[in-house]
Design a protein around this ligand. Structure first.
Ligand code: DGL
Length: 272
């Protein structure tokens, strides 16, 4: 009897996880994939840690009850660096998470100075600082927490790209030339940022290596999903917890990225 196709849930606060989804669909076309965006609570980068944990557990509970995945990919650094242990404790299924690619950056940097570009939440995490201590002790690491870039990536996909000046200003702190060491690597430690990568490369004051962990995360998830099951493509569905931005431009962008169907599973969120 042919093996049953795996059902994978890919989770982010918004559209950033699409960068992981693209790699995953390439590696596992056979898998049934639900892409979930907790857009009602976007951006996660601005949430206090306790609120993040509570919110992510609630959203995961709803999504798992409705979609019953075999595997969950937390395609969000802000969530994974804090909530992964809570998710693993609460739910009995495998979780794969994306965390800042500090180890590969330390291996790649020749100047021994690199930047971690992430949300304010991710740069403050003990987890992130622990990775720097463990793998980049001999490097100067500049942590840049952006309050705007994830929103810029969302705007880009919704057909409303921000002007070059705004994007240049947002990435300017990533480029440091001080004490004889110039940044030569920038870690894209938020899954939204690779959506802006081509534009950021064009606006960078000097060339650097940009590190996107999406391929590595997708490889790990593809492995955990077991052997390939069929020649035909699996089902794909996008789920939004708010859905306010789900207009024609965004639906077209989703369809172009392999998600022709998008639905709303309301999980209201209040910021106070
Ligand atoms: N895409 C998310 C990440 O990888 C976060 C964006 C946000 O909601 O602030 O960190």
């Amino acid at each position: 009897m042919p093996a049953v196709a795996p059902r994978i849930l890919v989770l982010d606060s918004g559209l950033g996880g699409l960068t992981v989804l693209a790699e995953l669909m390439r590696l596992r076309p056979d898998a049934d994939i639900v892409y979930a965006a907790d857009d009602a609570a976007f951006p996660y980068g601005a949430l206090a840690p306790d609120a993040m944990v509570a919110r992510c557990l609630l959203v995961a509970e709803r999504l798992l009850a409705v979609h019953r995945p075999d595997l969950v990919v937390v395609a969000c650094n802000t969530m994974a660096t804090l909530v992964l242990p809570h998710l693993r404790r609460r739910f009995d299924l495998p979780f794969v998470g994306t965390v800042p690619a500090i180890k590969p950056a330390a291996s790649a940097s020749r100047t021994r100075r690199f930047t971690v570009l992430a949300t304010p939440g991710t740069v403050e995490r003990d987890y992130t600082r622990g990775l720097i201590e463990a793998y980049a002790g001999d490097c100067r690491v500049d942590l840049v927490g952006s309050r705007v870039l994830a929103g810029y990536a969302e705007a880009e996909l919704a057909g409303l790209p921000v002007p070059d000046e705004a994007l240049s200003a947002a990435i300017a702190p990533c480029f440091v030339d001080r004490d004889g060491a110039r940044t030569d690597v920038v870690v894209l430690a938020c899954t939204h940022y690779p959506l802006l990568r081509a534009r950021m490369e064009g606006l960078a004051p000097w060339p650097v290596a940009w590190i996107d962990p999406a391929p590595a995360i997708a490889r790990r998830a593809a492995e955990l999903a077991g052997p390939a099951t069929r020649a035909s493509d699996g089902d794909r569905l996008a789920v939004f917890t708010g859905g306010t931005g789900l207009g024609p431009a965004l639906r077209a962008a989703l369809a172009a990225r392999g998600l022709p169907h998008a639905v709303v599973l309301p999980v209201p969120f209040s910021r106070d």
